[in-house]
Write a new protein. Structure first.
Length: 298
């Protein structure tokens, strides 16, 4: 089976904005990717640059992984670093894939140079798995991917953007993020030192049903899908059994669309003893949701 190294290219020491926020994000997207490809039998490792000292740490990770594919998750603020790491990965002979919000919005900056071979746009799990399956069949020529949905690539000197892959409908079927592949204690200790509590991020949904003209489709599109309340409560129960955490941060694009979902989550969490204070990426405007009394009791 093909080996894959997934990369989170944000070096905290080089990001004043992230330092000021005092709450560096766990790379939840690539943790989902890692869990998905691992479940399908592939050898996966992660280079998380958040607490890395310098680029030499990435070179060490490349040498240790001996990866057939290096996948780099990219945001706008990390584009230059991602492209630099892509050059280093390309020098090893690995197939280099860029994915995430920035290349989904515009693959051209990533495909204009030779370092990035393929861009994965929209959701990445099924597309990354398809690329790995190509490698397993010995099809290491990028041209073999010309008809694969969900990718952009260079063909005959032109950038070709294929049609999106249909999104995953049943989010409950996804394995939980592979949090064991990164230094979770380092994150939790950092949160505790800077905020006075230990917090974990979770995702309960994908997509946004609204079509705001000022919002760029990042990854999950407009097809709103939500995990079942029982599935989310079970994840929280598992997290509290593994990590010493006092709060959750929901990183969904939108929160609280259906009150009934929150009511069911509250009931499931209560049944499992998995009710924790939670916060969203932005301030919650609605004040009629169950569990808010738990959050506000701090």
């Amino acid at each position: 089976m093909a080996k894959i190294l997934l990369v989170h290219p944000l070096f905290l020491a080089e990001s004043p904005a992230e330092q000021a926020s005092a709450s560096p994000y766990f790379p939840l997207g690539i943790l989902y990717l890692a869990a998905y490809v691992r479940e399908h039998g592939h050898d996966v490792s992660i280079f998380d640059a958040t607490f890395a000292r310098d680029r030499a740490a990435f070179d060490t990770a490349l040498a240790e992984a001996e990866a057939d594919l290096v996948g780099i998750s990219c945001l706008g603020p990390t584009r230059s670093t991602a492209l630099e790491l892509a050059e280093r990965a390309s020098a090893t002979g690995a197939l280099v894939v860029a994915g995430g919000p920035d290349p989904t919005a515009d693959p051209l900056p990533y495909l204009n140079g030779p370092a990035v071979d393929v861009v994965v746009h929209q959701e990445g799990e099924q597309t990354i798995l398809a690329i790995l399956d190509h490698l397993d069949r010995g099809l290491d020529d990028v041209a073999a991917l010309r008809d694969e949905p969900g990718i952009a690539l260079r063909l005959d000197g032109q950038v070709v953007v294929n049609q999106p892959r249909p999104p995953i409908d049943n989010l409950d079927a996804l394995p939980l993020p592979a949090r064991d592949l990164i230094d979770m204690d380092r994150y939790l200790d950092h949160w505790d030192a800077t905020n006075g509590y230990r917090s974990l991020t979770i995702s309960t949904s994908r997509g946004c049903p609204y079509h705001c003209r000022w919002c760029v489709d990042a990854v999950h599109g407009s097809d709103f899908r939500q995990r079942s309340p029982a599935n989310v409560a079970a994840e929280v129960k598992a997290l509290t059994a593994t990590y010493d955490v006092g709060r959750l941060r929901m990183v969904d694009d939108v929160d609280g669309i259906e009150r009934s979902w929150f009511e069911q989550w509250a009931a499931s969490a209560d049944d499992l003893g998995a009710a924790l204070p939670f916060e969203a990426l932005n301030d919650l405007e609605r004040q009629d949701l169950p569990l808010l009394d738990v959050r506000d009791s701090l």
